[in-house]
Structures are given as C-alpha cells and as structure tokens.
Design a protein around this ligand. Structure first.
Ligand code: GCO
Ligand code: MG
Length: 403
C-alpha cells in the first residue's frame, strides 16, 4: 500500500499571500492543496503544520472520503473557515494524487465531461461611469461572455470591487486593516444607474453581474433587486449577510433578480436552507473554503435537487490550485452555472504553473493527470509572506458595517 510520507506547508507571497500544502506519497507521487484564507493565512498554516500533518503521515492517500470524515469528525469542533480550509487543502491534494495514480485528469474521476468549457465572468470596474464602461468594453473585446460591473460611489471612499489603476484588484493591500467609509443611501442611488448605463451602451448580448458584497439589509436588497430588474442581471451577489438564511425570504418576496451567495461559507449546513427553500439561484462556495472537492461536490449535488446552480468564488486570493480544482469540478457537474475568473499576477503564475486555459470566454481544464498544477517551491522562496488585511467598512457615523 502506498502511504503518505511527507506533507509540507508553504507560505509565500508571489503577487499576494498563498498557503499551499504539498503531500508526497511513498511512491513519490505529489499532490497540491490550496489553504489560503485571506487575512488569516498563518492560522491555517499552523492548523496544518501543528495539527493535521502529524495525522496524515503513514495513512493511505487513496482513502479520500475516509480522510475527510476523519479530519472533520475527528476535530470534534465543527465547521469554521480555518478548520474547513485546512481540510480542503488535504482533500484537494489527495484528489490530485488520485488523478496522477490513475493517469487521469480530475474531472474524469468526477464522472467525466458534462460540457466542453466552463463559462467565466470577468471583473470590470471604474472610478467613474465612463471608465467602468471602457473596462466592460475591454472584457467584451477579449471574448468574455459575462462581466461583473462595479463603480466607485461618488463622494464615498470605500466602494468594494474597484481596481486602482491598471493593476490587479487587491483589497488586502495594507499591513493593518484600512478602515473605509460606507454610505448605503449613496450606493442605492448610484449603483442602478451605472448598471443601466452598461445595458444602454452594450445591450443584452452578454451576462451582467453585480456584487453587493453584504452591504444591504434585506429590505434594502429587495429594493435594489426590484429597481434593477430591467437590467436582467445574471445575479446580484451577497445582497445581505447570510448568517441568517431566512432573511432571503424577504428579498425573494419582492424581486425576481437572481441571487448568488456563499463565498464566505465553509460547509453544506451554512447554505442548506438557502438551497432547500430555493432562496438563492447560485451557490458560491469554493473548493478552498468549503471542504475541498469532496464536500463541494456534496453541496453542488444538494443544490442540483433544487435547481440551484453553481457559481464558485474565484478571486485572486484563491490560488491557481483552487482555480484548477474548480474548473475540473465545473466541467463535470450537471448544474454548473458560471465560474468567477480573475487572472492571477505574473509572479503567482511563475510559482504555480497551471494547465488551465482561457479561450472564447471559457476555461478548460488541463488534460494532465491530476489537477495539472505544479508548485515551484524555490521560486516561491523569493516571495516571503507579508502581513496583509482586508479593509473594514465604517458608516458615516463611524460605526462598523459589513465590508
Ligand atoms: C468576489 C469576492 C472577493 C472577496 C475577496 C475577499 O466576489 O470576488 O467578493 O473579491 O472580496 O475574495 O478576500
Ligand atoms: Mg463576492
């Protein structure tokens, strides 16, 4: 029997911070898992190094489901992003190993191809409406079939999702959290106008998305969804914080704008009511934060029963290992909806060499056995970890708001 011989945890900052797990078997096969939790990276690295790696040594790498149950139930303490991200990394690495041992790309192990490509959406943004429109145009010219639109609210410094300059959008950019102002009334007055401007200028021949980023109350979200119905959004994302899953009933009662939720959640129980009561249309849980390929498949299968489709989180703080795993899963599941895609920085792609390819607005997985990603630990060593935090939002009266 092959056994797990070594498990190494790498923390590096090639373009941004990533935590990566590499498992090596007694047969010399390696598997990769992403363990990045933006702003809390070292907690997951320690969870892996101090608590999970010792449990992995000498176990059978082929028993993926059993390992998942062992790590989840064996922790006793349930769920939570740190635990679930660490379990995800182990699970993903074991799928990578299984693919390499079988000589098959991971999507083949998941049942094979359901589609020839994975439709992705790009991130268009602007400091004002004209620059947002230019950005949308740029992505449409690059062949994207779906574009998310975000513009800075005039007079409000802290709008979510707006890129500074030509670089990559990176909200976790300061050594301590940047405290940014937020004004819901200004946003509610402004955001619908630029979504309308996008439709007016470019028409309806592509999917248009928008991320509210947990900034509204349920009734405000209902007003927003109703107001933008004419824009026929593919989805409004995270319209209100979803710890209280019931809150979405109120939004549903008032608007037919589709809803996507789930990027901050880590288990099937966090989205159970949202799915089984059909309170959302797209579930955005990801490989890295929701228990790896094994658990995400379980969430997607539950979603399929209720005609909820997938829409996995894919921002640049998810490493190319997560993106590759997501594209394998997206290729295989029947209820795929859309995949978020933000190309990684050149330094990131120097360290993670990935076989995922973009063409015609879609991603296709590598045909290499496993996930099709290689990690260059030597190159990574040139990019030491840097403390970086996501911003915190404060309302105009100084009180903390959801960022
Ligand atoms: C998205 C997300 C991200 C998050 C980021 C936090 O829809 O892509 O909202 O941009 O803010 O992943 O780390
Ligand atoms: Mg989001």
């Amino acid at each position: 029997m092959s056994r797990i011989e070594r498990a190494e945890v790498f923390v590096a900052s090639p373009g941004r911070n990533f935590v990566t797990l590499r498992i090596t078997t007694s047969d010399g096969v390696t598997g990769l898992g992403d363990a990045t939790l933006n702003g809390r990276e070292l907690a997951v690295a320690s969870y892996l190094r101090d608590h999970l790696v010792p449990l992995l040594i000498d176990r059978d790498p082929a028993r993926i489901e059993d390992m998942w149950q062992f790590l989840y139930k064996g922790a006793y303490w349930r769920r939570g992003p740190v635990t679930m991200t660490a379990i995800s990394a182990v699970d993903t690495a074991l799928w990578d190993i299984k693919g390499k041992v079988a000589g098959l790309p991971v999507y083949q192990l998941l049942g094979g191809r359901s589609r020839h490509g994975v439709t992705v959406y790009a991130h268009a943004s602007g400091a004002d409406v004209p620059s947002l429109l230019d950005d949308v145009e740029r992505f449409l010219e690059l062949g994207y079939r779906a574009v998310r639109a975000q513009a800075a609210v005039p007079e409000v410094g802290g709008t979510y999702g707006v890129r500074k300059g030509a670089g990559i959008y990176e909200p976790a950019s300061t050594a301590l959290p940047d405290e940014q102002p937020w004004d819901t009334d200004a946003y509610l007055g402004f955001a619908p106008t630029y979504l309308e401007a996008v439709r007016e200028r470019f028409g309806f021949g592509f999917h248009l998305l928008h991320d509210v980023h947990h900034r509204l109350t349920p009734i405000e979200a209902a007003q927003f969804g109703k107001r933008v119905e004419g824009c026929r959004l593919f989805w409004m994302e995270d319209p209100t914080p979803a710890e209280n899953q019931e809150a979405f009933r109120l939004i549903r009662r008032h608007t037919t704008t589709p809803i996507a939720v789930g990027e901050v959640f880590s288990s099937i129980w966090d989205v159970q009511q949202l799915i089984t009561e059909q309170l959302i249309d797209y579930v955005r849980t990801t490989v890295v934060h929701a228990g790896g390929i094994t658990h995400l498949r379980r969430i997607f299968d539950l979603a399929a029963l209720y005609q909820v489709r997938t829409g996995s989180h894919g921002a640049t703080d998810l490493s190319p290992v997560t993106l590759a795993a997501a594209v394998h899963l997206d290729t295989a599941v029947p209820n795929f909806g859309i995949q978020e895609y933000m190309p990684h920085a050149p330094e990131t792609l120097e360290v993670f060499r990935s076989g995922v390819r973009f063409a015609d607005g879609m991603l296709v997985p590598s045909e290499e056995p496993g996930l099709g990603v290689e990690y260059d630990a030597e190159a990574a060593a040139r990019f030491p970890y840097q403390p970086r935090y996501l911003p915190v939002a404060r309302r105009l009266d100084g009180s903390v708001h959801d960022w």
